[in-house]
Design a protein around this ligand. Structure first.
Ligand code: ARG
Length: 290
């Protein structure tokens, strides 16, 4: 096993966009986790979300808030609200009409906060399906964002896009199956400066599994059990990795590699099919993609 626990990991300051789950509930089903018949507890969702928010602040990160909108219970999952690199915000175009009302809220927020905002032609669900690893954009398709959006995001950011196909409906967004562990530290793919990832091989078709194995030979491969509790739906600052307390195998793998797992329980938000990463949109400033 590849171990480098002795490596000194450094935390990089992040700027995140979050949305209080004030209107959180489950009243429709657009992913297999959502069961409207099961009761939800909005107060509990708020309390759990607050812990995540406060932990980010306590560890030195910056958190921006977008106002929650009544009637848009999924707006808490801000990762789907855009993909922001180099001060440019590529806005979302949701697959399902139940979330379409969120689009204008995110566009207005980006425009009001100095981001160059690109309104998309193609269906895409933001950082749910686009992950920046080093200089490359990993892009998910199969359930939500389309292959055409992969081309569009490549044009918008002028970066290489690697398309990956998701095949298990439980892992319908790329950020439920891949976790980016390191900050953007270099462009040398596979080289010592390249960012690393963790992923769930079984969430992808064979072609995508082969691409991941080739590009990320040192990746942490997470077990099905840890994937199934949304272990990969995590955020990382390069040192601290915010994960579900249920992903105990992943927690041990992270420690082995010298990362510091920070356990945050968002069980209530999992009823909507989202976890830590889903509630976190990274705002990467101009000129400093790291
Ligand atoms: N209920 C939401 C949906 O199905 C959950 C979104 C989770 N977000 C994510 N980045 N995986 O659209």
């Amino acid at each position: 096993m590849h171990t480098n626990a002795s490596e000194n990991r450094t935390a990089h300051r992040r700027r995140y966009l979050m949305c209080r789950p004030e209107h959180f509930t489950v009243r429709y089903t657009i992913n297999p986790w959502m069961q409207p018949a099961k009761p939800t507890d909005t107060a509990k969702a708020l309390a759990q979300w607050q812990v995540l928010h406060d932990t980010y602040l306590a560890l030195g990160h910056e958190v921006e808030l977008i106002d929650p909108a009544d009637g848009l219970p999924d707006m808490v999952y801000t990762a789907n609200g855009g993909f922001v690199v180099d001060g440019i915000a590529y806005a979302p175009k949701f697959r399902f009409e139940q979330r379409a009302g969120e689009e204008q809220h995110f566009i207005d927020w980006f425009q009001g906060h100095g981001f160059e905002t690109v309104v998309p032609r193609e269906v895409n669900e933001g950082e749910g399906d686009f992950l920046l690893v080093g200089d490359v954009i990993l892009a998910g398709t199969g359930f939500r964002s389309t292959g055409d959006s992969h081309r569009e995001v490549g044009e918008v950011f002028g970066r290489e896009v690697v398309s990956l196909t998701l095949t298990d409906p439980r892992f319908y967004h790329l950020d439920t199956a891949v976790s980016v562990l390191d900050p953007v530290v270099g462009t040398e793919r596979g080289g010592p400066a390249a960012a690393n990832i963790a992923y769930l091989p079984g969430a992808f078709d064979e072609r995508s599994q082969a691409i991941l194995a080739e590009r990320f030979p040192h990746a942490i491969r997470v077990s099905d059990a840890d994937g199934a509790v949304f272990g990969l739906n995590s955020a990382s600052d390069g040192k601290n990795v915010f994960i579900s307390p249920r992903a105990t195998g992943f927690e041990a793998q992270l420690k082995e590699r010298g990362y510091t797992p920070v356990l945050i329980d968002l069980s209530e938000l999992l009823l909507g099919g989202g976890g830590i990463k889903c509630c976190t949109l990274e705002l990467r400033p101009k000129g400093n993609p790291a």
